[in-house]
Design a binder for this molecule. Structure first.
Ligand code: 5GP
Ligand code: MG
Ligand code: MG
Length: 189
């Protein structure tokens, strides 16, 4: 198989205290999820909606493993400030550019933490008359759930830690790292 991007070594890898999921493990997981989605949505032309900003890397990889016709779109929500704790409030900063009405919607998120973002987002999109709506999340941090989120497609179990890489940031940084890991405590201080 050809690789679209050459393996590179990121300088900021040195800030990790632990790698939770390697590039290879993530790839395997994403491919499996794409296969399931492709089977489940045969003939349905789903609207695949990525949640910016954290979901963009996962969205890009997942969408390219969905082998049935589909349309790609994005929304932007934010619940986090600049720190590592959720503010609890969800802001909708960007709506989809395609109509939701009558569409089979798949919401693609990086991580379910408290569940506040996705429960608000799914409720919001549901008012727009989709034919169906499901959630695909790469990571699931179950320990911190405050509200229930029914995610049909969940990739990897995430420990109760603040993680970065593969789209996930700390104050805007680390999104481009190919792996997912935990930052060294001294990075925060
Ligand atoms: P929730 O609303 O479920 O609490 O979390 C929603 C958003 O918070 C996620 O989409 C993600 O952007 C951010 N988030 C939650 N946990 C983490 C984490 O461990 N690391 C990073 N970088 N972002 C997180
Ligand atoms: Mg997110
Ligand atoms: Mg963030």
């Amino acid at each position: 198989a050809t690789q679209s991007v050459q393996a590179v070594e990121h300088e900021q890898t040195k800030d990790l205290t632990k790698v939770l999921f390697t590039e290879e493990e993530i790839k395997t997981c994403v491919n499996q999820m794409g296969k399931r989605i492709s089977e489940d949505y045969a003939g349905k032309n789903p609207l695949v909606v990525g949640v910016l900003t954290g979901g963009y890397v996962f969205m890009s990889d997942l969408a390219r493993t969905i082998t049935v016709p589909h349309v790609v779109d994005f929304v932007k929500c934010s619940s986090y400030g600049s720190g590592t704790e959720s503010s609890g409030k969800v802001k909708f900063q960007l709506e989809t550019s395609h109509s939701i009405e009558g569409r089979h919607v798949i919401v693609v998120e990086d991580i379910i933490d408290t569940g506040l973002t996705l429960s608000n987002l799914v409720a919001h999109l549901s008012t727009m008359g989709p034919a169906s709506i499901e959630v695909a999340s790469l990571l699931d941090k179950k320990a911190r759930r405050k509200v229930e989120v029914k995610a049909k497609y969940v990739g990897l179990e995430c420990p109760d830690e603040f993680v970065i890489g593969y789209g996930l940031d700390y104050d805007g940084a680390y999104r481009s790292l190919p792996m997912i890991g935990i930052l060294k405590p001294e990075v925060y201080s």
